[in-house]
Write a protein that binds this ligand. Structure first.
Ligand SMILES: Nc1ncnc2c1ncn2[C@@H]1O[C@H](COP(=O)(O)OP(=O)(O)O)[C@@H](O)[C@H]1O
Ligand SMILES: [Mg+2]
Length: 241
C-alpha cells in the first residue's frame, strides 16, 4: 500500500494505490473527463474537479515545459523526472503531509515526453472538501480577525518547516466551511534546508500584494488593514517562537 510508479511508452506515472489503481492513466485524458465528469468542458490550463469512485479529485495540467540542456538521451525524461514541475509538486505535497501541514493529498502525477526535449505534466490531488479559495470567500463576506490570525500562524508553520511557496496569493489559499485553511499550488515552490527570512518575508509580501490587487479590482472585497494587522502579528509571534 502506498505510492507506485510505472512507465508507459511515452509517459511516467506515479499514483497512490489507496485511491486509484494501475489503470489510472485514463484519468489524465480529456476524453475520459468529457465522458465521465459532470464538467464536460475541459478548458486548457484550468483545474477540473471530478468524482472518481467515492473520491472527489482535482486535475490540473501544467503548461508545456522544456528540459534544459542539450544532451539528447534516450532516457532523458526518466533521468530528469525528479526535476520536472509536476514531480516536484507531487513530492512536495507528500513531504508536507508527512510534516503534518494542511495541503491536499497528492493522488497521481503523469509526465509525458514530447521529443526531442519537451514534456507535459499533469497532477491529480484530492479535493479539499467543502472549501473555497480565500479570494472567493472575501468577495462574498468578511473573515473575522481570529481567522486572519489563524492564517498568519499557519503561514508561519509552513515557514518553520522551511517551505517556500512561490506564489502565495489569495487564490492559492483554501478556507473550509469549518474554518480550516489549506495552502495549495506549490508549483515552483520548494522545501529548503533552511528558509531565509528574506524569502519567507517575500511570501507574506506576495500575499499582501494579491489582496490589495483584488481589493482594487472588485467593488466589494472584504479586506481591511485591520485584518492584515491580525494576520501579520500572529505570523510574527509564531515565527519568533
Ligand atoms: N485540492 C484542491 N481542492 C479544492 N480546490 C482546488 C484544489 N486544487 C486546486 N483547486 C482549485 O483550482 C484552482 C487552480 O488550482 P491551482 O493548483 O492553484 O493551479 P493554477 O493556479 O496553477 O491553475 C485553485 O485556485 C482552486 O480554486
Ligand atoms: Mg493557483
Amino acid at each position: 500500500m502506498g505510492y507506485r510508479q510505472f512507465k508507459s511508452k511515452l509517459a511516467r506515472v506515479i499514483y497512490d494505490d489507496e485511491v486509484v489503481d494501475a489503470d489510472c492513466e485514463k484519468l489524465f485524458h480529456c476524453d475520459w473527463h468529457k465522458a465521465n465528469s459532470a464538467c464536460a468542458l475541459v478548458e486548457r490550463g484550468k483545474a477540473v474537479m471530478f468524482k472518481y469512485r467515492e473520491w472527489e479529485l482535482v486535475f490540473k495540467q501544467y503548461h508545456r515545459g522544456g528540459l534544459a540542456g542539450r544532451l539528447v538521451e534516450k532516457s532523458y525524461l526518466y533521468s530528469r523526472l525528479p526535476n520536472t514541475r509536476v514531480w516536484r509538486e507531487f513530492n512536495m505535497l507528500r513531504a508536507m503531509r508527512e510534516l503534518g501541514l494542511p495541503v491536499p493529498r497528492p493522488v497521481a502525477a503523469r509526465c509525458v515526453s514530447l521529443p526531442p526535449l519537451a514534456y507535459r505534466g499533469a497532477l491529480i490531488t484530492e479535493r479539499v472538501p467543502d472549501s473555497r479559495t480565500l479570494t472567493q470567500v472575501l468577495c462574498d463576506r468578511p473573515v473575522d480577525n481570529a481567522q486572519w490570525s489563524k492564517l498568519g500562524a499557519l503561514i508561519a508553520r509552513f515557514h518553520q518547516k522551511n517551505v517556500y511557496h512561490a506564489d502565495l496569493n489569495a487564490s492559492n489559499i483554501l478556507l473550509t466551511g469549518s474554518g480550516d485553511f489549506y495552502l495549495i499550488d506549490f508549483d515552483k515552490g520548494s522545501i529548503r534546508n533552511s528558509l531565509s527570512r528574506q524569502d519567507a518575508d517575500a511570501n507574506v509580501a506576495r500575499l499582501r500584494r494579491s489582496l490589495d490587487k483584488l481589493q482594487k479590482r472588485h467593488s466589494e472585497f472584504h479586506f481591511s488593514e485591520d485584518n492584515w494587522q491580525a494576520l501579520e502579528s500572529a505570523y510574527r509571534a509564531a515565527v519568533a517562537d
